[in-house]
Ligand binder design. Structure first.
Ligand code: SF4
Length: 93
């Protein structure tokens, strides 16, 4: 059986800052203009996939732009997400 993503993070958010359209989106998005930085979603994420914006790993920084963009233009955000997910990983030396 595959892994299953739940909506735990969506349910704990006190300001409804987490959204995504089932069937159209490959991830959830956090609205940076609504998020109050309480950390509740990070605490329940089983994949450790949520970071404070100031602590994003270098190879994950595109996701901050993608999340913010989704609230302005979901189509563009989805296109950029596909590009980022398909980009070859940079190998540090
Ligand atoms: Fe919502 Fe932001 Fe708190 Fe996460 S950190 S639960 S997105 S308000």
């Amino acid at each position: 059986m595959s892994y299953v993503i739940t909506q735990a993070c969506v349910q704990v958010c006190p300001v409804d800052a987490i959204s995504g359209q089932p069937g159209a989106d490959r991830k959830f998005y956090i609205d940076p203009d609504t998020c109050v930085e309480c950390g509740s979603c990070k605490a329940v994420c089983p994949n450790s996939a949520i970071y404070p914006g100031t602590q994003l790993p270098a190879d994950q920084r595109d996701f901050a732009w993608i999340d913010a963009a989704w609230y302005r233009d979901p189509v563009v955000a989805r296109e950029v997400l596909v590009e980022v997910l398909n980009a070859p990983l940079e190998v540090s030396q």
